[in-house]
Write a protein that binds this ligand. Structure first.
Ligand code: FES
Length: 116
């Protein structure tokens, strides 16, 4: 199961272990359960408040992940998803660096989630 390290310039980094059954959990849900203060508003992929930067903490390539239509629109609106990145995600199954914490489902990989 994955380790998720949440990082913010103001707070000490916190690594949480996503337990079995968390494959339907979003990054935001896991953050809230572990008292990680990621900002959010709608929790429904519409406002962009919860944008986070996600990178791998292992030497394996990141696992692909489904982007909802709402997430694609919001990330584009905030300048966090280029056409090339979208194509890599949809065709090459390579996830973009920026995600909505309320939409990203945790996969079985160790990741760094940077939030502001
Ligand atoms: Fe609004 Fe995630 S909280 S898009």
């Amino acid at each position: 199961m994955p380790n998720i390290t949440f990082s913010n310039p103001t707070y000490r980094d916190k690594t949480v272990y996503a337990v079995s059954g968390s494959h339907t959990d979003t990054v935001l849900k896991i953050a809230r359960e572990n008292h990680i203060p990621i900002n959010f508003n709608c929790a429904d992929g519409e406002c962009g408040t919860c944008i986070v930067k996600v990178t791998s903490l292992s030497d394996k390539p990141r696992m692909g992940g489904f982007l909802t239509e709402k997430e694609k629109v919001v990330l584009k609106e905030h300048g966090k998803l280029s056409g090339e990145e979208l194509e890599r995600a949809e065709v090459g199954d390579q996830p973009p660096t920026w995600r909505l914490a309320c939409q990203m489902i945790v996969r079985d990989e160790d990741i760094l989630v940077e939030y502001t």
